[in-house]
Design a protein around this ligand. Structure first.
Ligand code: CU
Length: 147
């Protein structure tokens, strides 16, 4: 019979292999919640709001009972409220935002998983249904060592 310590050593080796694989191959995971809010304010909340660069898997939940929302993002170093905006349509001018990606038009109560590869930097995330960006459906995501 093996002495007790060798069992512990084997278990430890297995753990180290599993965790180094996780670093190399597993995407970072971010949960995004799109909400109308009970107080009438809309929100886009994410957790965590800081990830390493590389593949990121977003789980995007439209928590609304009756409204479509969407999840768009782009690299953006300015204030998250300062994206180019069209006051008439009440939407961010998507053609003026470089590197825009995301998932459009999530139905009420719909959850979507989507994977993107992100390089280091500061990103703005927002919903571009008319009026929603100015109604606080925006947030920042920090990737890598960016501030
Ligand atoms: Cu929205």
């Amino acid at each position: 019979m093996l002495p007790n310590w060798s069992f512990h050593l084997l278990a430890l080796t297995g753990f180290l292999v599993a965790s180094s694989l996780a670093v190399a191959g597993e995407p970072a995971k971010v949960v995004v919640r799109l909400s109308d809010g009970s107080n009438g304010r809309m929100s886009l909340k994410l957790s965590p709001s800081k990830v390493p660069s590389g593949p990121v898997e977003f789980t995007i939940k439209n928590e609304s009972r009756d409204m479509e929302h969407e999840f768009l993002f782009a690299p953006w170093s300015g204030p998250d409220s300062a994206l180019p905006y069209d006051g008439k349509t009440q939407q961010v001018k998507e053609d003026k935002v470089n590197g825009l990606q995301g998932v459009e038009d999530l139905r009420p109560r719909q959850t979507v998983a989507a994977r993107f590869t992100l390089t280091e930097g500061r990103y703005v995330l927002f919903c571009n249904e008319p009026g929603h960006y100015h109604d606080d459906m925006r947030a920042n995501l920090i990737v890598g060592a960016a501030k």
